[in-house]
Design a protein around this ligand. Structure first.
Ligand code: HMG
Ligand code: MG
Length: 297
């Protein structure tokens, strides 16, 4: 059954901007401040990762310190290790995210260690987060296919998702990192996941590389998933997933949900305005059909 309402987890300021040209901090701050006016409850605002690896996120501390916060919004950041978590603390992140891969190849390329080493590395992050009362989200990449290892077995995804939840993640976001998923593949995966894990602990994170993100989201919604990651203007990608393009555009997801009678609590005009604003800074056009259609109307 379809959910009555969904939570849109906005990742544009992190997943979106990590794979575009570097912007001045002030542009990011203005972008996040505008997103904060749209009704969003969750905004991923940065990543505390190696600046050599992902220079686009190197100013996350300054950005998170300078944004104008709304009380009812959770501002989060990626924290791959203790060093990142400590920075997130000083940035006053409301929530942090650890990120693992369901495939060994991507784990090595993205975070420079095996899956089991990464889970070990996250243990002290989980302990510190618990000490500080900070909720931790888990990301799991390559849940359909890996750019290095090929198709990922659904059971492998289930097993690591269970481990992340067992470690204390309140939710795991399943990432189709290279966007090769299609509705049947997604249904197969979610059948396996839903058989063991309550759907409220699962989010989906689709990249739109092959143009299948929206049908995949429709499939996930029909199976009771009610947290959807999205990126305004369809920005982004992952630097360690060759050819991967942006996340599904938030505007497109919101239009779909509203047309299905599913509440989002979001103002589409403000989201679209935020998308046009950041795209102007990046000197690109929004990769959102809905946003472009709205402008032409
Ligand atoms: P490492 O490569 O194993 O090496 O790091 P290290 O621990 O020896 O550190 C190397 C350098 O990074 C050192 O600096 C550290 O100080 C620094 P140097 O001595 O060379 O000057 N460093 C850090 N700097 C800032 N913050 C930190 C930090 N940790 C170390 N927290 C590490 C491991 C994971 C840090 C590194 O490999 C890395 O940063 N990788 C980049 C990962 C990344 O950001 N990927 C993109 C986000 S994940 C994604 O997009 C997927 C997702 O969207 C879901 C999906 O779509 O599938 C979530
Ligand atoms: Mg991603």
């Amino acid at each position: 059954d379809f959910p009555k309402s969904v939570c849109i987890y906005e990742v544009g300021a992190r997943d979106g901007l990590q794979n575009e040209t570097c912007l001045p901090s002030q542009s990011k701050i203005n972008f996040i401040n505008l997103l904060s006016q749209s009704g969003l409850s969750h905004i991923e605002a940065g990543a505390f990762v190696s600046a050599k690896r992902v220079p686009q996120m190197a100013d996350s501390l300054n950005v998170m310190r300078a944004i104008k916060r709304q009380d009812n919004i959770t501002y989060s950041a990626l924290t791959p290790n203790i060093q990142g978590f400590e920075m997130a603390l000083s940035a006053r992140a409301d929530e942090v995210a650890i990120f693992a891969s369901a495939s060994e190849g991507f784990s090595q390329h993205n975070i420079n260690c095996s899956i089991s080493e990464s889970l070990k590395r996250f243990e002290p992050v989980m302990a510190l987060a618990q000490l500080h009362g900070i909720p931790v989200r888990g990301y799991l990449s390559c849940v359909i296919d890996c750019p290095y290892d090929g198709p990922t077995p659904a059971n492998q995804v289930l097993q690591i998702t269970e481990q992340l939840i067992g470690m204390g993640c309140y939710e795991v976001s399943l990432g189709d990192t290279i966007g090769t998923g299609t509705p049947f593949k997604v249904a197969n995966l979610l059948d396996t996941i839903n058989s063991q894990i309550p759907s409220r602990k699962i989010a989906v994170h689709f990249h739109n590389t092959w143009g299948q993100a929206l049908p995949n989201i429709y499939q996930a919604l029909s199976m009771g998933i009610d947290t959807i990651d999205a990126s305004v203007a369809g920005l982004g990608g992952c630097p360690y997933a060759p050819g991967a393009s942006g996340n599904v555009a938030t505007e497109d997801v919101v239009y779909l949900c509203h047309q299905l009678g599913i509440e989002t609590g979001l103002n589409l005009d403000v989201l679209a305005a935020a998308g046009w604003m950041i795209c102007q800074q990046l000197n690109i056009s929004p990769r959102s059909n809905v946003s472009i259609a709205m402008k032409a109307r």
